[in-house]
Design a protein around this ligand. Structure first.
Ligand SMILES: NC(=O)c1ccc[n+]([C@@H]2O[C@H](COP(=O)([O-])OP(=O)(O)OC[C@H]3O[C@@H](n4cnc5c(N)ncnc54)[C@H](O)[C@@H]3O)[C@@H](O)[C@H]2O)c1
Length: 468
């Protein structure tokens, strides 16, 4: 066996195990520096693609992988992506042409959410392994198409759920897996987006339901994936309420875009994109090709997603979860409480008065969005309160940037240490991707129909009380 075939086999096997979400033991081999590099292409050269899945991979794993193609419908953006990432590969505006010409091992999908399915399905059909950003897709029909394509392919599909990988999220998983509060019966889970991060969704394509599936899917897929993973069970039924009350046509005024807005002096949401050179080069300089306005008005009439969301989710193991997502909170943070037969576990991040400190919300948003981990270490508490006992505080060491340290760990698992043991089943595959979006899709359907929606109605996936 040649070095290169060992390298490829090790990657493909690692992908396969990631897809199955079941890597429990360490295989005996790993990527070798002398091996032929993994051939990677990226479709969707926006900020996430070229930073986290682009420049970072180029810089961190030069001996393991090489980019052989970049693709975007926007020819100006894909040209800038090549320069920004510091690669020499060809660029394309046609995905099939890229695959045919470059014959990659792996396709990374970082396009607009509503188009993920096109590249996942084509990538699998054209003989590539596929790694997609969350959300897997935006509706149940596309989800079924992806499930079918994955079953009909001998290739593998993994979903980049980075939140799972942060040490704080992992500690919660560990404490629940160790049965620290007995059998879990209910959960309260509330996520608060501030008026920087929350508003940013309403500036962009995310404000259109047909592009991002609403924040029930685009954003909450992260949260539902965490819930499914923590509870180790599949969702069975969802009932939800939601409304658009703050952004969109509810605003006091509307403008064309922030840059040219006559209301910029009085608008609390005014954002000066011209101060950010990278954003100007990536988006503003390429408006002429597709008309996409990155600093659009958060109060424009076309916004048709919810900004207030609340759901009840019943799991196949009978756990009942209360979930809410707020998009105009004065602070960015979240809080969860698991009620168990033997006690209660509470966890939260960034709720200012819990630490008796004032966090600057603008800097907090900037740190959260950072794609590297040059951060000071900090400690965050998880509370375990067993019945009839004093509560116990467990301090978890973690970073703020890169989604709580999750981003780097996800990359290392996929590209650097695929053979590392995964006792808490962090690795996410197509079923995890599907189950997390199906909760949001069920919530949307529930709001529209006014009735509870069963997960089993949506695709041919049947909920399991215990995930494999
Ligand atoms: N896991 C995370 O924490 C995280 C964070 C940010 C974004 N994301 C995900 O990453 C993806 C990209 O997000 P972004 O913020 O970079 O968005 P973006 O709009 O900046 O970039 C998307 C790119 O896809 C291109 N595109 C759209 N439709 C296309 C098509 N049909 N063919 C080819 N290219 C197409 C656009 O021109 C754009 O360059 C989204 O799916 C988003 O949900 C995940």
């Amino acid at each position: 066996m040649t070095d290169s075939s060992v390298s490829r086999r090790s990657f493909l096997t690692s992908v396969s195990m990631l897809a199955a979400g079941s890597m429990l033991t360490a295989p005996a081999w790993s990527f070798g520096l002398k091996d032929k590099k993994l051939k990677v292409v990226l479709v969707g050269t926006g900020v996430r693609g070229i930073s986290f899945w682009g420049k970072r991979l180029v810089e961190q794993y030069p001996d393991i992988l090489e980019f052989v193609g970049l693709c975007d419908i926007n020819p100006g953006r894909v040209a800038y992506a090549k320069e920004f990432m510091g690669v020499t590969c060809p660029t394309f505006t046609n995905f099939e042409q890229m695959i045919t010409q470059t014959k990659p091992d792996l396709v990374i999908v970082t396009t607009k959410d509503s188009t993920h399915h096109e590249f996942i399905i084509k990538g699998l059909q054209m003989g590539c392994d596929v790694l997609t950003e969350k959300p897997l897709t935006t509706d149940e029909r596309k989800c079924q198409d992806i499930l079918d394509a994955e079953r009909n392919s001998n290739k593998n599909l993994i979903v980049g759920f980075n939140y799972r990988w942060s040490p704080y999220m992992t500690k919660i998983k560990q404490l629940l897996a160790e049965n620290s509060i007995g059998k879990v019966t209910s959960v309260d889970f509330h996520w608060y987006l501030n008026t920087y991060h929350g508003a940013s969704y309403f500036r962009r394509w995310h404000g259109l339901r047909e592009a991002g599936g609403t924040l029930w899917v685009h954003k909450a897929t992260h949260h539902f994936d965490l819930l499914n993973w923590w509870l180790d069970s599949d969702p069975e039924e969802v009932f939800a309420y939601g409304a658009l009350e703050h952004y969109g046509s509810n605003g006091p005024f509307q403008g064309d875009k922030c840059r040219t807005c006559p209301h910029k002096e009085k608008c609390d949401f005014y954002w000066d994109i011209t101060e950010e050179e990278h954003m100007m080069k990536l988006y503003v300089a390429n408006e002429e090709h597709d008309g996409y306005i990155r600093d659009n008005c958060v109060f424009r009439n076309e916004i048709n997603i919810y900004d207030k969301m609340s759901a009840q989710i019943r799991y196949a193991n009978n756990v009942v979860a209360n979930y809410s997502l707020t998009t105009y909170s004065p602070f960015e943070g979240w809080h969860i409480a698991f009620n168990g037969m033997n006690g209660r576990l509470e966890a939260w991040l960034d709720i200012p008065w819990m630490k008796n400190e004032n966090l600057d919300q603008a800097s907090l948003h900037a740190a959260e969005m950072k794609q590297n981990l040059e951060e000071e270490v900090q400690y965050e508490p998880v509370i375990v309160h067993k019945l009839w006992n004093e509560h116990q505080t467990i301090n978890v060491e973690m970073e703020r940037g890169g989604h709580g340290g999750g981003d780097e760990r996800l990359h290392d698992k996929i590209f650097k240490n695929p053979e590392a043991p995964d006792p808490y089943k962090h690795a996410a595959g197509v079923r995890d991707g599907a189950m997390s979006i199906l909760i949001g899709i069920a919530a949307r359907n529930s709001i529209e129909s006014g009735r509870p929606v069963r997960i089993a109605e949506l695709t041919d996936l049947q909920p399991r009380a215990n995930r494999l």
